[in-house]
Design a protein around this ligand. Structure first.
Ligand code: VG1
Ligand code: CO
Length: 549
């Protein structure tokens, strides 16, 4: 009991007007979070909108280890104490992946969790920071909750904090301050145990013992300790199978974003003569994954489709899938698998929060996004290590190469050529004008031809949640061509500097067609149509995207 050293203070504050959560929580440059009371205002806003208030609630807090993580955790602990929270589980060292937080909320029946992360955005004093609230189902707060937090943040007048020394968070143990129980918990064990229930660890162990080689790159972000426990300790992979496994406050200076540009070290290795059989990486907070074979990149849209097609090989899905879902810009490869399996395929707006209600209602088992996010009903977040284990489980059953598995999939279902072109940090005004112009053109597009491609439909995607009827409007402009080709335009909701325009390109090639073109070649006509139609160069000043995946 440390009561006498802490004193509850009520601090008068003034609201900020920019605390609107985006696709995945509140994400801003570190310097913004360092403004007086910026973090405190947002945390108090979260507490204030908890149903019935914060008193007596049971919560968990963890983060991705980036700069500001440790300081912010101390603030949250002291505010939780002052607000009468009954129990706060704190990740040891402050480090816990997003899917692991989701699991802890569910396993211990908590009232929610706070995740300190800006996910794939760079870290360090000049990088980004973020904070996100997850609800009792373990998932990101749905829109009505994030809106309530935002409203509260614009009116906040005071917050409560227990003044006193920082708490030691690097060793497991329990302590109590002013009636709040604080438990420093192992970040890894519960999660690793869950994975062992879902997948055939024995088969994966046998695969790894048979000479099959793998490299997992944690990009100096949160998954390092998880990868060590699971791949090395529990599955017997040799030490050199994990890279960049120590979490660093600035992720070693890189973007902790597992894609072809930012995970370059791994990509170069996988395309070299020394490539192992399997390569994978995860992002800052451990919810994304990139899968590679020797000399082969698996697009995330194909990945989720392939996982669904082979789901029965994992113990978790032995009895089949209830249904599947993908975000709207994700390719339709998954739809074809769903059709073959005879299950429903839902199309949701971008962002994991929309999958939550489908998962809770038991309508889907597996879901995914084109942005390297794949997940299932075991938690309510996308899950990087889970996806890697799922792939290993399938490869252990099939005993073939990654490339052969993907090619066999295309030969059965056809191939959805797919790519995303990002124009990062462009002028926000130009980007909005580009979108407005497209929106104004929607009515006249059907029937028109662009680069010889005939438009069959055009809209700005809106979504009605089939479970609770809530609506999300204007989630991305879709231009649909005959024979299943699509261009989608969206502005990012996670960027913190300028605007990011994302253009998603997709074209379907049937099994008997030309399946093995290089992706950008396979999409060449569509790429040029996408730039021409939206006058991308005129509005953004860029002739080429900054990231192609
Ligand atoms: C991006 C991705 C989206 C993902 C979101 C959060 O959002 O496109 O698919 O859900 O990041 O991912 P946007 O609005 O920038 O396109 V993460 O790894 O922050 O949790
Ligand atoms: Co992430």
């Amino acid at each position: 009991m440390l009561d006498s050293t802490y004193e509850v203070k009520e601090v008068t504050t003034t609201p900020y007007d920019d605390q609107k959560p985006g696709t995945s929580g509140l994400r801003k440059p570190v310097e913004v979070f360092e403004r007086p009371n910026y973090l405190e205002n947002f945390v108090q806003s979260i507490f204030d909108v908890l149903p019935g208030g914060p008193r007596g609630k049971r919560l968990v807090i963890g983060g991705d280890g980036r700069y500001l993580n440790r300081r912010a955790i101390q603030t949250v602990i002291k505010m939780a104490v002052a607000n009468g929270v009954e129990l706060l589980k704190v990740a040891c060292g402050g480090i816990m992946s997003t899917p692991a937080v989701s699991h802890i909320i569910r396993k211990y029946g908590l009232d929610g969790g706070i995740i300190l992360s800006a996910s794939h955005n760079p870290g360090g004093p000049k990088g980004d920071f973020g904070i996100k609230f997850n609800t009792p189902n373990g998932g990101p707060a749905p829109q009505k909750v994030t809106e309530a937090i935002y409203d509260r943040s614009r009116n906040i007048q005071r917050y409560l904090i227990a003044d006193g020394p920082d708490l030691e968070i690097d060793h497991l143990g329990t302590t109590e301050i002013l009636g709040t129980k604080i438990e420093i918990i192992d970040s890894v064990r519960d999660y690793a145990d869950l994975m062992e229930e879902l997948f055939d660890f024995e088969a994966i162990r046998a695969l790894l013992a048979s000479g099959f080689t793998m490299v997992f790159d944690a990009l100096h972000a949160v998954t390092g300790p998880y990868a060590r426990e699971i791949f090395i300790k529990r599955l017997g992979a040799p030490e050199e199978s994990i890279r960049n496994a120590i979490p660093l406050e600035d992720f070693g200076g890189g973007h902790p974003d597992p894609n072809l540009k930012y995970a370059k070290g791994l990509v170069d290795l996988m395309f070299s003569d020394d490539a192992p059989d399997f390569g994978a990486a995860s992002d800052g907070d451990g919810d994304r994954n990139m899968i590679l074979g020797r000399g082969f990149f698996v697009t995330p849209s194909d990945s989720v489709a392939i996982l669904a097609a082979h789901a029965g090989k994992a113990p978790a899905f032995r009895t089949g899938l209830k249904g599947v879902a993908r975000s709207m810009p994700t390719s339709c490869a998954l739809d074809r698998v769903a059709e073959a399996l005879g299950v429903a395929c839902y199309e949701t707006p971008t962002g994991w929060k929309f999958f939550g209600s489908l998962l809770d209602a038991g309508k889907i088992s597996i879901c995914g996004e084109e942005s390297f996010g794949t997940g299932a009903d075991h938690v309510r977040e996308k899950d990087g290590i889970w996806a890697v284990l799922f792939w290993l489980n399938i490869l252990a059953a099939e005993r073939c190469s990654v490339a052969d598995l993907v090619k066999a999939h295309w030969k059965r279902f056809g191939r959805n050529y797919y790519s995303r072109h990002d124009y990062e940090e462009v002028d926000p005004e130009g980007a909005s004008r580009l979108m407005e112009r497209l929106e104004a053109m929607l009515g006249e597009l059907p029937g028109a031809e662009i680069e010889g491609l005939a438009v069959s439909a055009a809209d700005n995607f809106s979504y009605v949640d089939p479970v609770d009827g809530s609506r999300a409007e204007r989630q991305g402009i879709r231009i649909i061509f005959h024979e299943g080709a699509r261009i989608v335009y969206r502005l990012s909701g996670t960027g913190t500097r300028g605007a990011t325009l994302r253009i998603y390109l997709e074209r379907y090639e049937p099994p008997e067609g030309e399946l093995f073109l290089e992706t950008q070649k396979g999409l060449a006509r569509l790429i040029s149509a996408s730039r021409q139609l939206a006058k991308v160069e005129e509005f953004t000043g860029r002739s080429e995207p900054s990231v192609i995946t």
